[in-house]
Design a protein around this ligand. Structure first.
Ligand code: GLU
Length: 315
């Protein structure tokens, strides 16, 4: 079967060195297998997405030499390639899950959730199932979020970088949200619907999403789709141990370009950091295709320190 991979950026800020890193590795995995690369714009959250960022990130990816085969502008058999234009598909999937009795409305407020969960931080705590057996019906004036009934048991998968990963989703996450109270479909749902519909066979993305994968596998199973293979690459971190973030504007592609960085410096730097080259040297992305193997990527943290001066051309 032909390999199909994807970039799935959210246009919520300028393309950052950290996203260029995952984009490069996902692109190399696909190109080394002579597969098809898909670009899907994950503009599902209208409050956070901007069309200008979509334009900019497409220009940045092209500038880096990371071309795709299907996506916005190019089209392809599985479009549209914007999540904002795929809402009907997400709704249809929700109807299917609801018909199987796997969806329930949740009226819990943040306050109620906090009160029921003394441990953990926002976004990490286990949903206690408060609304699952609620029989008092709809509370007036408040739209509910929708949650998925998560079946009990462990979900295990083999990650191409990290090896075996197991999570008991019911116990460690609980019934998770598939549509927010404001009507926005959840990332977990949309990404599964889209990766399945776009026939994606290989997902390579940042390790921050490792923990989401078992939830996605639960959805694959309930929807009867064969899941892709997953590989979660280490995140780039700053010397202080924090993840590089969109807040570090000086490491946006736009800023690096302004400082005189050439694409081959950025690609060379990232490839060196990934362990694909022994020493730093400017290189074109296409020159890394021969000999690329995901097995060469380590699991350890990738620290971006003072050597980042090389990004702007210094040796
Ligand atoms: N849109 C997500 C992000 O930009 C990536 C989703 C994925 O690769 O599954 O973080």
């Amino acid at each position: 079967m032909e390999m199909r991979g994807r970039f799935a950026p959210s246009p919520t800020g300028e393309l950052h060195l950290g996203s260029a890193w995952t984009a490069l590795l996902a692109w190399l995995q696909v190109r080394a297998a002579k597969g098809i690369m898909v670009l899907r714009i994950e503009d599902i959250d209208p409050n956070r997405s901007r069309a200008a960022y979509t334009e900019a990130l497409m220009a940045d990816l092209k500038w880096l030499g990371l071309e795709w085969d299907e996506g916005p502008e190019k089209g392809g058999p599985y479009g549209p390639y914007f999540q904002s234009q795929r809402r009907e598909l997400y709704q249809e999937t929700l109807r299917q899950l609801a018909a199987a009795g796997l969806i329930y409305p949740c009226y819990c407020t943040r306050g109620e959730l906090a009160a029921s969960a003394p441990h953990g931080t926002e976004g990490e705590r286990v949903y206690p199932g408060t609304c699952c057996s609620r029989t008092d019906g709809k509370r007036t004036g408040k739209e509910p979020a929708l949650r998925l009934v998560v079946p009990p048991g462990c979900v295990a998968f083999y990650d191409g970088v990290r090896g075996r990963f197991v999570q008991d989703v019911a116990r460690e996450v609980g019934d998770f949200i598939v549509r927010r109270a404001d009507g926005v479909h959840a990332y977990q749902l949309a990404v599964v619907v889209d990766d399945a519909a776009m026939r994606i066979t290989h997902v390579l993305r940042g390790a921050d999403l490792l923990d989401s994968t078992p939830r996605q596998l639960v959805l694959y199973r309930l929807l009867g789709h064969a899941p892709p293979e997953f590989a979660h690459v280490p995140l780039l971190i700053a010397e202080d141990g924090h993840r590089l973030s969109k807040r570090q504007r000086d490491l946006s592609l736009a800023a690096l370009r302004q400082q005189g960085a050439r694409p081959e410096n950025i690609i060379g730097y990232l490839a060196w950091k990934a362990g694909l080259m022994e020493r730093f040297a400017p290189v074109a992305a296409a020159d890394l295709i021969p000999g690329f193997s995901i097995k060469r990527i380590g699991t350890g943290p990738v620290v971006i320190g003072a050597d980042a001066v090389r990004l702007s051309g210094a040796r």
